[in-house]
Design a protein around this ligand. Structure first.
Ligand SMILES: [Zn+2]
Length: 118
């Protein structure tokens, strides 16, 4: 069911990842960025790493493989950072989590608070 508008707000009726994962397919359009983020998130030897790392590594290593709904959800913040155009600021209230990822891709992060101060 597609999103609808209700009292001026957009209501997402289904946030489930069904069929082919559109997010994964979009991320695969950016193989260089994907590789850099996977490298950054790579855990130390012998450790499993985060769910985000595992999900991103999965789509990097197996371009044709399916993606589970859990893996889709685990892409998390990496989606915004990879898809953000490089000449823009990524606006987030969670600067700390985004900054490291953004930096490795040469992108900039700012907060609503910082914008108010300028
Ligand atoms: Zn998906």
């Amino acid at each position: 069911m597609p999103p609808t508008e209700e009292k001026g707000l957009i209501k997402i009726n289904s946030a489930r990842c069904e069929g082919e994962c559109a997010v994964a397919s979009r991320l695969r359009d950016f193989p260089n960025e994907l590789a850099k983020v996977v490298k950054l998130l790579k855990p130390e030897r012998g450790r499993e790493g985060s769910r985000r790392y595992q999900a991103l590594r999965h789509i990097k290593r197996k371009p044709k493989a399916g993606v589970s709904e859990g893996q889709c959800r685990n892409f998390g913040d990496a989606v915004f950072v990879i898809l953000a155009p490089s000449d823009t600021f990524i606006l987030t209230t969670n600067q700390r989590d985004h900054e490291q990822l953004a930096k490795v891709l040469g992108k900039k992060v700012t907060t609503p608070q910082a914008l108010d101060e300028t």
